[in-house]
Design a protein around this ligand. Structure first.
Ligand SMILES: NC(=O)c1ccc[n+]([C@@H]2O[C@H](COP(=O)([O-])OP(=O)(O)OC[C@H]3O[C@@H](n4cnc5c(N)ncnc54)[C@H](OP(=O)(O)O)[C@@H]3O)[C@@H](O)[C@H]2O)c1
Length: 332
């Protein structure tokens, strides 16, 4: 069946890094009827507001990319906000979408759903096989609940109401629209900011926490958005062939990982920082490796396109456009 480019699609979280990339991707593929609301217009933790929104708009599809997101520091400092807000957003959006007759929904989770000691690379069937990383456990529990909400609605109403709610689990993402907050950001935006500040102030050295040996995987956000639209567009028969009723999520990774030391070198190169890169080995390293098994999505026919060098170049160019305060030498 040809794709209906006029169907109404609601992208929740369209001002965020992932949501804005999903909107860009949908527009570039010719979708013309995209509905959005900012956080100020629609608080997704508010059940009455979400109900009224879905009753009014009745979209055909929903991409759920709104979430309360942050790094280790934010997760550790605000655990109650992370679990409460994420659970509320997912429960409200998924339930009210169902009530309004939405047939297709895509929920965005995260690789932190997998146990701390999951075998590497982490495959979909590692879910709920062990203890989670304690620093972001509340957030991870909320994300696992999101997968289980989709699965439970499919199990109870899939046949009777023809609904088809799916989930994707991205690895670490970066790119335009990232959060460059000095304390609450992920590793790539944090290092972009630090290397940029070091370049501007002619600092002789940038010190990286830990030994630099842990390996991590990074995916450019437009690749993630393309994967999201790809998964949403797969036929039900193919999706069901490749997933299980109670293990229906699909990993989305780049395919391989890099050491933090190599990442730091790549960022320094993208920024044009020529000073020294040092390692503060008195600081903890975290897990030696966190790498997603993307066999399932690769087998379905999707592959990441943007390599780290090209992605970092785009990310830095976006940082320069959007962070004039840092450019001017202020560190707010
Ligand atoms: N970034 C990553 O590396 C990464 C990795 C794996 C998975 N993911 C997943 O991808 C999804 C999107 O992440 P992101 O990086 O795009 O996050 P983001 O940039 O922080 O965007 C999240 C969006 O959700 C909105 N939002 C938050 N609370 C809301 C509420 N109560 N009502 C309405 N809107 C609300 C935010 O609006 P305000 O800013 O106005 O609050 C923001 O626009 C999340 O589910 C996340 O778990 C991200």
């Amino acid at each position: 069946m040809p794709t209906d480019l006029n169907q109404k699609i609601y992208v929740a979280g369209h001002r965020g890094m992932v949501g804005s990339a999903i909107v860009r991707t949908l527009q570039s593929q010719g979708f013309t009827n995209i509905v959005t609301r900012s956080h100020a217009q629609l608080d997704l933790t508010n059940q009455a507001q979400v109900k009224a929104f879905f009753e009014q708009e009745k979209p055909a599809q929903v991409y759920l990319a709104a979430a309360k997101v942050g790094g280790i520091h934010a997760n550790n400092t605000f655990p109650a906000e992370f679990i409460y807000q994420n659970l509320m957003m997912e429960a409200n959006v998924i339930h009210q979408a169902f009530e309004a007759g939405v047939k297709k929904l895509l929920f965005l989770g995260s690789s932190c759903i997998y146990p701390k000691l999951a075998p590497q690379p982490m495959a979909e069937n590692a879910l709920l096989t062990g203890t989670l990383e304690s620093t972001n456990e509340p957030y991870a529990i909320a994300k696992i609940a999101g997968i289980k909400l989709c699965e439970s609605y499919n199990r109870q109403y899939g046949q009777s109401h023809g609904i088809d709610y799916r989930s994707v689990m991205p690895t670490n993402l970066y790119g335009p629209g990232d959060n460059y907050h000095p304390e609450n950001s992920h590793v790539i935006p944090a290092l972009i900011r630090r290397f940029h500040e070091a370049k501007v102030s002619n600092a002789p050295e940038v010190l990286i926490w830990g030994t630099g040996t842990p390996k991590r995987e990074f995916l450019y956000v437009d690749d993630m958005a393309a994967a999201s639209v790809f998964v949403m567009t797969l036929s039900k028969a193919i999706y069901e062939q490749q997933t299980e009723t109670m293990q229906s999520h699909i990993n989305v990774g780049f395919g391989n990982d890099v050491t933090i030391a190599d990442l730091a070198k790549a960022i320094a190169k993208a920024i044009g920082y020529s000073g020294k890169i040092g390692f503060d080995t008195s600081k903890p390293d975290g897990a030696p490796r966190k790498w997603m098994d993307s066999t399932r999505i690769n087998r379905l026919g999707w592959q990441a396109k943007v390599d780290l060098e090209a992605g970092l170049k785009e990310a830095y160019s976006d940082f320069l456009k959007t962070h004039t305060d840092v450019l001017a030498g202020k560190t707010s």
